[in-house]
Design a protein around this ligand. Structure first.
Ligand code: SF4
Length: 369
C-alpha cells in the first residue's frame, strides 16, 4: 500500500491520523510545525520528537520530494527547474526573483488537454493530473533552494504546465494549503489561479478558494478565440463573461486578464475594440504579453509600434494595460518549453522536434502581485 505523503496532510488531518494511530494530538501539531513552518521534511531533524516517534514517522509517511533533473539560471534572475516526479513524469517550475519578492510558477498537470494553438504544453497533449502533494512539492522544493540565498517564495502563480481548473480539486486544495494560517500562510492576494476559461469552475471558486484569479483571454471575439483556444467552443465569451461577472459580484476581487499579442492575429484595431467591449462592466487589470516567436511556430511578435497602438487604444478608454515581457528566454523561454525539450530528448519523435512554441505563462508572472 502507498504511504501517505507528508504534504497530503495539513494540521487537522495530521491530528486525525495521529488519533487513529493512538498518538497524542500535540505530536501532530509538532510535526505540522516542522513541515509547514520550519520547512523540515526529514523526521530525523524533528528534534523535539522522541527517537521512536521519529522512526515511526519515517516508516509511516512518504517524505520524498521530486528529483531535480536540471536547473537553468537566467541572467534576468529567473530559474527554471525541471523536476521528475516519483512516477517518472517531468514537471516544470519557474522561480522569478524581483526586488522584495520571489514568485514561483507551478505546474498543475503533466501536459494539458486544452490544446491552445500558441502553447508548447498544449502540443504535448495530456498525460495526467498532478496530485495535491506534487503541486505543493514544487513550492517546498523552491523554498529549500531559495533558503541558501536568504529568500523564500512570497508569491505563487498556477501558470506552469496544465490548466489548474481542469485539475480542480488538487489545485484548489494546494492553493488553500499555501494560504492557510497553519499551512504556508501566504497572503491570498499573492496566490493566483489562472484559467483559460472553464466557466463553471470559475464560479465554483467563489466558495472554494480565496486565491486571486487570472484569465487567459487572448481574443475577445468568438471565432478568433476558438481558433486560438479550442476551449472557447465549450464555454464561449458570453458564458465566460457571465461567470466572471458572477465571480466578481460575489468576491469583489479584481480579475487579471492576460492577453498575448500575436502579429496579424489579435492586436489590430478590431480586436482592441472587441477587448474593450468584453471588459465593459468588469473590474480588471490587463497584462499585454508580446508573443515570444520561435522557428517552426506560425505566429510572430507584433512590432513595437503595433503594441503601442493597441495599448494606447485601451489607455484612451481608461483601461491601463502594461506590457509584460517573458523572463528566462535565454534558458528555454516560457513555461512548458523546457519540459517539451526534455520530452523531445526522451521520445525523439520527429513531430516534437518541430514544436518550439511558447506559452504565455512565464510572462504573466513577471508582475504577479
Ligand atoms: S495555454 Fe494553458 S490551457 Fe492552453 S494548452 Fe497551454 S497549458 Fe493548456
Amino acid at each position: 500500500m502507498e504511504k501517505p505523503h507528508f504534504l497530503d496532510h495539513d494540521l487537522s488531518s495530521y491530528r486525525q491520523l495521529f488519533k487513529e494511530w493512538g498518538l497524542p494530538a500535540y505530536r501532530a501539531d509538532q510535526v505540522s510545525q516542522w513541515v509547514y513552518k520550519a520547512g523540515v521534511h526529514d523526521p530525523e531533524q524533528m528534534s523535539n520528537l522522541s527517537r521512536e516517534l521519529r522512526q515511526e514517522l519515517f516508516l509511516k509517511f512518504d517524505w520524498s520530494l521530486p528529483e531535480i533533473l536540471s536547473r537553468l539560471d537566467s541572467q534576468d534572475g529567473s530559474s527554471k527547474l525541471l523536476l521528475k516526479s516519483k512516477k517518472g513524469h517531468v514537471i516544470e517550475s519557474v522561480i522569478l526573483r524581483y526586488d522584495g519578492r520571489t514568485s514561483l510558477c507551478v505546474s498543475s498537470q503533466v501536459g494539458c488537454k486544452l490544446a491552445c494553438d500558441f502553447c508548447q504544453t498544449g502540443k504535448l497533449g495530456f498525460v495526467r493530473n498532478l496530485s495535491r502533494h506534487e503541486i505543493l512539492s514544487q513550492f517546498y522544493l523552491a523554498n529549500q533552494l531559495l533558503k541558501a540565498e536568504g529568500l523564500r517564495v512570497t508569491h505563487v502563480v498556477f501558470m506552469g504546465m496544465g490548466e489548474p481548473l481542469d485539475n480542480y480539486d488538487n489545485a484548489v486544495a494546494a492553493a488553500n494549503v499555501m494560504m492557510a494560517e497553519d499551512g504556508f500562510f501566504l497572503s491570498a492576494r499573492h496566490v493566483t489561479l489562472s484559467s483559460s476559461g472553464l466557466a463553471p469552475q470559475i464560479e465554483k471558486l467563489i466558495t472554494d478558494c480565496r486565491a486571486a484569479l487570472a484569465l487567459s483571454l487572448h481574443a475577445a471575439r468568438d471565432d478568433l478565440r476558438t481558433e486560438l483556444m479550442p476551449i472557447n467552443r465549450r464555454y464561449d465569451l458570453a458564458r465566460l463573461k457571465e461567470a466572471l461577472l458572477k465571480y466578481q459580484k460575489e468576491t469583489g476581487r479584481k480579475i487579471t486578464i492576460e492577453y498575448i499579442l500575436i502579429k496579424g492575429k489579435n492586436c489590430g484595431l478590431r480586436e482592441a475594440k472587441d477587448l474593450v467591449r468584453f471588459l465593459h462592466g468588469l473590474r480588471t487589470k490587463v497584462n499585454l504579453i508580446p508573443f515570444n516567436a520561435h522557428p517552426g511556430m506560425p505566429y510572430e511578435r507584433p512590432s513595437d509600434e503595433e503594441i503601442r497602438t493597441f495599448q494606447k487604444y485601451l489607455a484612451d478608454r481608461s483601461i491601463p494595460a502594461p506590457v509584460r515581457y517573458s523572463k528566462g528566454l535565454d534558458v528555454s523561454g516560457a513555461c512548458g518549453q523546457l519540459a517539451a525539450k526534455h520530452a523531445e530528448q526522451i521520445h525523439a519523435k520527429p513531430e516534437r522536434k518541430r514544436v518550439v512554441a511558447s506559452t504565455v505563462q512565464a510572462a504573466i508572472l513577471t508582475e504577479n502581485s
